[in-house]
Design a protein around this ligand. Structure first.
Ligand code: SIN
Length: 480
């Protein structure tokens, strides 16, 4: 059985309860995991609160060394980590290896940034005053993370938190607890002081969440997940004015203009839509193709999608792994059924693949319209809905006409259009001829109902820091 990690020790839950983790490719049992509850969470918060007293005053250069050690340890254990991603989350091993590199890169970037938490001095209004602005860590952070990137979404939160001088309690998704446990085992090699990072695996996210929300020692909640849960957490966190960073749902438009390189655009749509079997918040959810290039686009797109191999992620030829669970399968089915009932055409795919595991055929839908569910909520599955448009102004208006604002993509070779469209799209992340924009040094996050705050980049560090203004009055004349 895998255990909780509290105050530098592995322990069972106070209740002794466990829950199981399964492989989505075949339903087999992977292991049992300690089922943390509210009391365990309070213990972890207490450990983090005690550790904060010392960690927050560790010199930046030493915190930086710890973070570099975390990076090195992840890279050294790349195969172990990647294999666990494929086993428990399902994505193909080559994608899992990429995720380990991506996840580790947050430690390297924030190891460097830990040494650059600068303050400021400002001109004062009086000769006997000085104004100093300094940055201090917010305190204990609760990190609630999803299953779709079971390592990267943890490191994207804990690396900047530790760089800032915060301590952390992580609650990973109940679908991928073993990934979090494996990551913590790898990080244990870096000898972080006890209590600096803590892990509560649980099948009772509400119970654990209530403690994270209501315990006054927690000063910040950082969450990646659905907009509904993000709104709930934000509302509850406001009772104690806890800081929040919310990386929530998206509904990315992917626009292909008639001046684009079509093959490049098709490859881009594939990379965005079918990465992790469509289970990303930033994947293409509405693919707008300009009318005059539709035939050429769709025939190349269908040819490439029909060549995909779907299956268990350890097989080297596999491009698309299983969906996470039966609910995910059902959501893809519902979106396809609704779209077909409302007039969409099925170009390829459309069904669950029979047999063990949560496999779904990569699917293309044509003649999709905005009144279909697939254009209003995230599918989180390998379903590509294609819409057509005539003009630039029309497509910008349609692309922006959703409550979300996380990521948007467009392909064009027209220089002026590149500037116009990137400025008009109401999204936090824009991929211009680029389908995979996320990197550790860039701010990742959304506008509108896609969230608040940014992860990655210098913005991601500022979100874990308080700004303090010190007004210093002094005797500016020497007495002798
Ligand atoms: C996500 O979809 O949740 C994260 C994707 C990324 O970091 O690229």
């Amino acid at each position: 059985m895998s255990k909780l990690y509290i105050n530098g020790r592995w322990s069972a839950s106070e209740t002794g309860r466990e829950f199981n983790s399964y492989n989505p490719a075949n339903g087999s049992l992977l292991d049992s995991v300690a089922d943390g509850n509210r009391e365990d969470t309070a213990n972890a918060i207490h450990a983090a609160e005690e550790a904060f007293k010392k960690w927050s005053v560790v010199p930046a250069i030493q915190r930086s060394d710890y973070l570099m050690a975390c990076y090195d340890s992840m890279i050294k254990n790349q195969d172990l980590l990647a294999e666990m991603i494929t086993r428990e989350q399902g994505k193909p091993l080559k994608e899992a290896i990429n995720e380990v590199g991506y996840a580790a890169s947050f430690f390297r970037w924030y190891a460097e940034e830990a040494r650059r938490i600068y303050g400021e001095t400002l001109p004062s209004n009086a000769a006997d005053k000085r104004i100093v602005i300094s940055r201090q860590p917010v305190g204990v952070v609760a990190a609630i993370t999803p299953w779709n990137f079971p390592l990267a979404m943890i490191t994207r939160k804990i690396a900047p938190a530790l760089a800032a001088g915060c301590t952390v309690v992580v609650k990973p998704a109940e679908q991928t607890p073993l990934n979090a446990v494996t990551l913590f085992k790898v990080l244990e090699e870096c000898n972080l002081p006890p209590g600096v990072i803590n892990l509560i695996t649980t099948s009772q996210p509400r119970d654990v969440g209530e403690e994270l929300l209501h315990n006054p020692a927690v000063k910040k909640i950082t969450f990646t997940g659905s907009t509904d849960v993000g709104k709930y957490l934000t509302k509850e966190a406001s009772n104690q004015m806890k800081r929040v960073s919310m990386e929530l749902g998206g509904h990315a438009p992917f626009i292909v203009f008639d001046d684009a390189d079509i093959e490049d655009a098709v490859n881009g749509v594939i990379a965005s839509k079918f990465r992790n079997a469509g289970q990303t918040c930033v994947c293409a959810n509405r693919i707008y193709v300009q009318e005059s290039i539709m035939d050429e686009f769709i025939s190349l797109f269908a040819e490439k999608v029909n060549a995909f191999s779907v299956g268990e992620g350890f097989k080297s030829e596999v491009d698309i792994g299983p969906l996470i669970d039966k609910d995910a399968i059902q959501k893809s089915k519902n979106h396809i059924e609704d779209a077909l009932n409302k007039g969409a055409k099925l170009i390829t795919g459309g069904k669950q693949i029979n047999g063990e595991g949560n496999f779904f055929e990569p699917t293309i839908l044509l003649d999709v319209a905005e009144d279909m569910y697939i254009c209003q909520e995230e599918t989180f599955g390998p379903v590509a809905p294609i819409l057509t448009f005539k003009t630039e102004n029309e497509v910008i208006e349609r692309a922006n006409n959703v409550p979300y604002g996380l990521a948007a993509y467009f392909y064009t070779n027209d220089y002026s259009r590149s500037i116009r469209v990137s400025e008009k799209l109401e999204y936090g992340i824009i991929g211009l001829n680029d389908a995979i924009p996320a990197v550790a040094q860039a701010p990742f996050g959304g506008m509108k109902e896609s969230g608040v705050g940014r992860e990655g980049g210098k913005e991601g560090l500022l979100d874990f820091l308080e700004t303090k203004y010190i007004s210093m009055k002094f005797k500016n004349e020497c007495e002798q």
